[in-house]
Design a protein around this ligand. Structure first.
Ligand SMILES: Cc1cc2nc3c(=O)[nH]c(=O)nc-3n(C[C@H](O)[C@H](O)[C@H](O)COP(=O)(O)OP(=O)(O)OC[C@H]3O[C@@H](n4cnc5c(N)ncnc54)[C@H](O)[C@@H]3O)c2cc1C
Ligand SMILES: Cc1cc2nc3c(=O)[nH]c(=O)nc-3n(C[C@H](O)[C@H](O)[C@H](O)COP(=O)(O)O)c2cc1C
Length: 767
């Protein structure tokens, strides 16, 4: 095969080598616009595992690379003048220039032609003259732009500015992150040694700080001098060096995240950064490029033709690329928003940094550095006011709101049971909630309990509006207080436009087949074309419903609930005021965010006056309508939280969505937690996170990273009422209280867990 490779970066060179190794008869030329040793950049990070994969592909080049590998185990974070070190991270790196020179040598030895100083503007002539053309020409690929309508690239130019520098200062004991506050804002560095005499020193800051410093108008030398001043105390008198001499300007860039819908067209395939990029902060761009090169070369030899090989290449590599890009996105977003976290205590800041990509979990950190993690856990416990037993996981730290003290941070999220009769909880509710209260969670919610019969979502929803409701709820609350350590929270709400619908396991959100009742909402916007159009509330409706919220709160107080939550999420009545999707009012209850929050806040103030002063009140919100700027965005949710906080709301329960049938949520593990994180760290308000959180590891990492104060789990508690007790067994925690009659069962579980842990089976620590 006659092959043209455009670009002699890691992707192009390694592809050429991999092809030639599979069939020496291939005639391969690699075209590169720069000189052989003209490459910019310093060290690249790989892993021992990647190198093993490379050795299986070409033992010769792998052995050469291994010879030059620098290894390091520690990560140091310098923040607020404190240097915190954790270990066990296991990286290795090599100079980019060294890597490319080794690959060039290997390519030449194999008979590959290398044509340097050859700029390729257009891949088309090569597609005519060669059997196969590889576009490995990096982030700004011309091969990609020549067929942009086919490849459909999605290039997201990210917010931070960075410059890739080097230094002779030693960073050989740890991969080091340095955060410096300057007169123009925060500037930080990612520093790591890759050769005995040279370290990479990437300097990064927000676009705003960059502009204030005037880096855009500086020459390269001036830029470097400014960076040297900023990081002087970490450079030990050494200078910073640029080797981007062939590039114009000061070499600061914004990272472009590249995605392409397709990676091939006719006899042209994109490879490496040209097809997909991964942010440098997770150090995987070169790994992706090299591993994709091997895969493409493989398929070109295993499949019957180019088209079949390309199909296989795209389907096999896309999942891996997306996985890494997702971790890279989490990591780069963390750096983009780092100013949100810089006020955290150094321990928490360090933990947040280490877990930023969500690839390293809490228990994974324990395996890497048990001592450091133990210290961080102890810090968390002490800060939570627990001085007795500080070696416990964060989920077992107490939490205080007003006079309410929770034993731990796990919450049974509110979940409608649809089992009430005329609003009255039945034996089902007693048994269901009593079981969850025995299950070890610090706080158990009852479902959205409605302030009136018309305020119910379905005929099976519970209420706080008839004397028999009070009797039934009080019986439950008394049991929880007498027999368990759990506290119990009442969630009150009104269904608004989403009322008069079928039970959860029937056709959810669809109107009843018969017996529908009239609906009201902020505006006359129906939930869907199939649902009734509600009446837009007038002042008398508003006064009446406020009175119902107050009466329900008084009932909840008489029942003895420990905490109250106002449900202002998920498209129900109060949520219909908050989101512009359903609030089209032109009076002082519509329009600006202040206006849209006016009625929910009036309810809060009215309820607060009758709810016991020593007990907290929470508000649940939808922090993202998943409708872009048309609806509530996570940024606006921060403003909502500020208004709630100013009104005296004790904690914000941060949910999302369910406000429009047009919404396009992006689901995933812990997918709503970033909204809680943002609110908590931008406003200082206490928050609860919820949404697809299901492992103890998730709970612990959310808490220790400061992404929420409490963690709600809903569906996991349907499957396992004893989720917290079981989590404790799994984590090896022996200090949770089990109900006395169950102690024999507990002891057996502990013994079984100890046995599986010592025989190396599952159980014990989960990673
Ligand atoms: C600051 C920074 C730090 C990084 N750190 C790491 C790290 O630690 N670990 C890691 O794995 N990855 C890292 N990366 C990413 C890594 O550099 C890239 O992902 C990797 O180099 C991709 O290889 P590539 O061959 O696809 O592209 P490139 O390395 O960009 O190579 C493309 C080649 O094509 C040439 N070329 C471009 N256009 C033309 C043209 N028109 N004609 C001829 N030749 C052309 C270029 O000169 C270049 O040599 C980092 C990236 C940056 C920016
Ligand atoms: C069956 C069921 C009923 C629910 N009912 C309520 C409710 O009454 N009030 C509420 O705020 N959220 C309700 N939710 C939402 C949950 O509290 C939670 O926010 C959501 O399920 C995401 O958490 P998870 O991934 O842990 O299940 C309900 C969820 C389920 C599965």
């Amino acid at each position: 095969m006659k092959v043209a490779v455009l670009g002699a970066g890691p992707a192009g060179l390694y592809f050429a080598i991999s092809m030639k190794r599979r069939n020496p008869a291939h005639e391969i030329t690699v075209f590169e616009r720069n000189k052989p040793d003209d490459t910019f950049g310093w060290g690249v990070v790989l892993s021992a595992e990647t190198l093993d994969n490379l050795a299986a592909n070409d033992a010769v080049s792998a052995a050469w690379i291994r010879e030059y590998f620098a290894y390091w185990d520690d990560i140091a974070v310098i923040h607020k003048g404190v240097r915190t070190v954790s270990t066990g991270h296991g990286f290795c790196g090599i100079g980019r220039k060294r890597l490319l020179l080794l690959l060039q040598r290997r390519a030449r030895d194999l008979g590959i032609e290398l044509s340097f100083e050859t700029e390729i503007d257009d891949p088309r002539p090569f597609m005519e003259s060669h059997d196969l053309v590889i576009g490995a020409d990096g982030l700004n690929s011309r091969a990609r732009s020549a067929f942009a309508e086919v490849f459909r690239p999605d290039i997201d130019v990210r917010k931070c500015k960075f410059v890739w520098l080097g230094t002779r200062q030693k960073f050989d004991d740890a991969f080091t992150f340095i955060f410096e506050e300057t007169e123009h804002g925060w500037v930080w560095a990612h520093a790591y040694q890759f050769e005995s005499e040279t370290a990479t020193f990437i300097v990064e800051c927000s676009e705003e700080t960059w502009a204030k410093w005037g880096f855009g108008d500086m020459t390269r030398e001036q830029s470097i001098a400014a960076c040297e001043r900023i990081f002087a105390k970490h450079l030990g008198g050494h200078s910073l060096i640029s080797n981007a001499g062939h590039l114009r300007g000061s070499a600061w860039i914004n990272f472009p995240r590249v995605l392409c819908e397709r990676w091939s067209h006719k006899n042209l395939a994109l490879l490496g950064d040209a097809s997909a990029s991964a942010h440098f902060s997770i150090g995987s761009g070169t790994k992706l490029a090299l591993e994709s090169a091997v895969a493409l070369a493989d398929y070109l030899h295993s499949e019957p033709g180019l088209s079949a090989a390309f199909d296989k290449y795209e389907s096999a590599r896309r999942t891996e690329v997306l996985r890494l890009q997702s971790a890279a996105r989490n990591s780069l977003e963390w750096f983009e928003e780092v100013e949100r976290y810089l006020e955290l205590d150094p321990v928490q800041f360090n933990y947040s940094l280490l877990t930023r990509s969500q690839r390293i979990s809490h228990e994974n950190l324990r395996l890497r550095d048990p001592e450091w993690l133990g210290g961080a856990e102890a810090w968390f416990q002490r800060r939570a006011g627990n001085t007795d037993n500080v070696r416990r996981a964060p989920m077992f730290a107490p939490f205080q709101l007003r006079d309410l003290r929770l034993e731990n941070r796990v919450v049974v999220s509110p979940m409608a049971q649809y089992k009430a009769v005329d609003g009255c909880p039945t034996d089902w509710h007693f048994a269901h909630y009593a079981e969850r209260a025995k299950g070890g969670a610090g706080l158990v919610y009852i479902e959205m309990t409605c302030v009136s019969p018309e305020g119910r979502i379905t005929p099976g929803c519970t209420g706080f509006y008839a004397p028999e409701h009070e009797v039934a709820w009080k019986r439950l609350v008394d049991f929880v207080h007498a027999e368990t350590e759990a506290k119990i929270c009442a969630q009150i709400g009104h269904s608004g436009a989403k009322g008069s619908t079928q039970l959860g396991w029937q056709q959810i959100d669809a109107p009843l087949e018969s017996g529908n009742w009239p609906l009201i909402s902020a505006s006359d916007v129906g939930w869907s074309p199939a649902n009734q159009v509600p009446k837009a509330m007038d002042r008398s409706d508003m006064a009446r419903i406020k009175g119902q919220f107050v009466a329900s709160t008084e009932m909840a107080a008489r029942c003895g609930f420990d905490m109250l939550e106002i449900h202002a999420a998920h498209g129900y009545l109060l949520s219909s005021f908050i989101t512009p999707l359903t609030n089209h009012r032109t009076d002082e209850y519509g329009g600006s965010l202040e206006n849209r929050l006016r009625y929910p806040l009036e309810i809060f103030h009215a309820v607060r006056t009758v709810w016991p002063a020593h007990k907290p009140i929470s508000v649940r919100i939808s922090a993202n309508d998943w409708m872009g700027d048309e609806g509530i965005t996570p940024a606006e949710a921060v403003e909502i939280a500020r208004l709630l906080q100013a009104a005296g709301v004790d904690i914000c329960d941060v949910s999302a969505g369910q406000t429009s049938i047009r919404a396009r949520p992006v689901y995933g593990r812990m997918f709503q937690t970033p909204f809680s994180d943002r609110i908590r760290n931008e406003t200082g308000m206490a928050t609860m996170a919820v949404g697809n959180i299901y492992e103890p590891d998730h709970v612990n990492s959310i808490l220790l990273a400061g992404r929420a104060d409490l963690v709600c789990l809903a569906r996991p508690h349907l499957a396992d009422p004893y989720w917290t007790l079981h989590a404790a067994v799994q984590l090896g925690d022996r200090d949770v209280k089990w109900p006395d009659p169950y102690l024999n069962g507990r002891d057996q579980l502990y013994r079984l867990a100890d046995r599986t842990a010592t025989t190396g089976g599952v159980g014990g620590l989960k990673v």
